[in-house]
Design a protein around this ligand. Structure first.
Ligand code: ADP
Ligand code: 5GP
Length: 189
């Protein structure tokens, strides 16, 4: 069986990456989400094993030591996130196209590991003001968490030029169409 491809999405939190990914995954392209592990608590209606595998900091450390991660990062202070090697390789070997949602450093590491078999996509908001407004409107994060996410956004935005494709999420319908176009082209290559 032909092995699947990997699509890596990265964006400052609140850019609309999850919204774009959800739209893309509903297009019948044999795309399957890679469920990462994290040591942060579930947010809103998030379920263990669906959005993330929610681990305690101790469990996360054990999985690092066991060499279970393709990559992992401490994205926010004491908040670890990692891609499980077993998940991704099993899915690709089964011919599934895998979608990863990772921070900018994780995206660089995965792209390095998979090369041409991976497409890296950066989603950016039209401005920092819009980013803050979206995070506030989403209503899932405390004000100090929003401040932390905005502070990190500056750092993340500086990585945009290192990605294979950059999508500005201003008008949602336009951004959805653009994502679909670049992903379809990559899958057809
Ligand atoms: P991320 O996954 O990047 O953190 P989300 O997909 O959760 O971001 O989007 C953040 C918030 O912004 C959500 O409330 C979402 O509905 C909203 N949003 C996403 N894209 C747009 C857009 N193009 N215009 C206006 N609001 C948007
Ligand atoms: P959130 O807490 O909003 O779900 O995610 C915060 C950040 O962690 C986002 O930038 C997201 O892409 C990143 N992230 C989620 N899973 C992983 C992962 O497995 N590895 C890395 N490096 N980052 C991740």
């Amino acid at each position: 069986m032909k092995s699947g491809k990997l699509i890596i999405f990265s964006a400052p939190s609140g850019s609309g990456k999850s919204t774009l990914i959800n739209h893309l995954m509903a297009q019948g392209l044999n795309l399957h989400f890679s469920v990462s592990a994290t040591s942060r608590p579930p947010r809103g209606a998030e379920r263990d094993g669906v959005e993330y595998f929610f681990l305690s900091p101790e469990e996360f450390r054990e999985r690092i030591e066991a060499g279970d991660f393709l990559e992992y990062q401490e994205v926010y202070h004491n908040r670890f996130y990692g891609t499980l090697k077993s998940q991704v390789d099993k899915q690709m070997a089964a011919g599934e196209n895998v979608v990863c949602d990772v921070d900018v450093l994780g995206a660089g590491n995965i792209k390095k590991a998979y090369g041409e078999r991976a497409l890296s996509v950066f989603v950016r908001p039209p401005s920092t003001e819009v980013l803050r407004a979206r995070l506030e409107h989403r209503g899932t994060d405390a004000p100090e968490v929003i401040d932390e996410r905005i502070a990190r956004a500056e750092f993340e935005l500086s990585f945009a030029p290192t990605f294979d494709a950059v999508i500005v999420n201003d008008d949602l319908a336009e951004a959805c169409a653009k994502v679909l176009e670049v992903v379809q082209k990559f899958l057809a290559e």
